[in-house]
Design a protein around this ligand. Structure first.
Ligand code: FES
Length: 171
């Protein structure tokens, strides 16, 4: 699990991180631009989310404009631009779960953590940073849709009427 990080935390790539980044870049001798995705993955695995510093650092490393990195970040739902909460609620939205009502479940989670915003591919966090709700793809228990994970805890058949109780468990 990625350790919760504050949006305000400063991210300083260590020499080991830079070495790994350089190694990844070396796989793309023709077009450095192809290195954007692997570097974003490396950054998010290391620091938990893609900060402004990340965009700047990766753009500098690949000799690109920041916008070229940012457009990749905003295109792919797996990249998040804010720190995740202490409790990371992952709602599966692949076919079985979608048909089973995953979007209603997701929206109920969003409401339960005090937000009014609907579905957001990049996750929604509570104001106190305690919870982040995010869509994910198949969690491999399709017969028990909708399926949800809270950090490493697994929950099946999470209909909207079960959401409040589930959130209360972590408050
Ligand atoms: S579709 Fe949701 S667990 Fe597989």
């Amino acid at each position: 699990m990625i350790a919760p990080a504050k949006d305000t935390e400063k991210h300083e790539p260590t020499p080991a991180f830079t070495k790994k980044a350089n190694e990844l870049i070396s796989h793309y001798p023709v077009s450095k631009r192809s290195g954007v995705l692997p570097l974003l993955h490396l950054w998010q695995e290391t620091f938990g989310y893609i900060s402004e510093e990340a965009v700047e650092w990766i753009a500098g490393k690949l000799e690109l404009q920041k916008i070229h990195v940012l457009e990749v970040v905003t295109f792919y739902p797996m990249f998040r631009e804010h720190a995740i909460g202490t409790y990371h609620i992952k709602v599966c939205r692949t076919l079985s779960c979608e048909l089973g009502g995953a979007y209603e479940t997701f929206n109920k989670f969003v409401k339960s953590i005090g937000k009014t915003k609907g579905a957001d591919d990049h996750g929604v966090s509570s104001k106190d940073g305690k919870f982040t709700v995010e869509f994910v793809e198949c969690l491999a228990s399709c017969g028990a849709a909708p399926v949800v994970m809270v950090n490493e805890d697994f929950y099946e058949n999470v209909t909207p009427n079960k959401v409040k109780e589930l959130v209360a468990k972590y408050e």
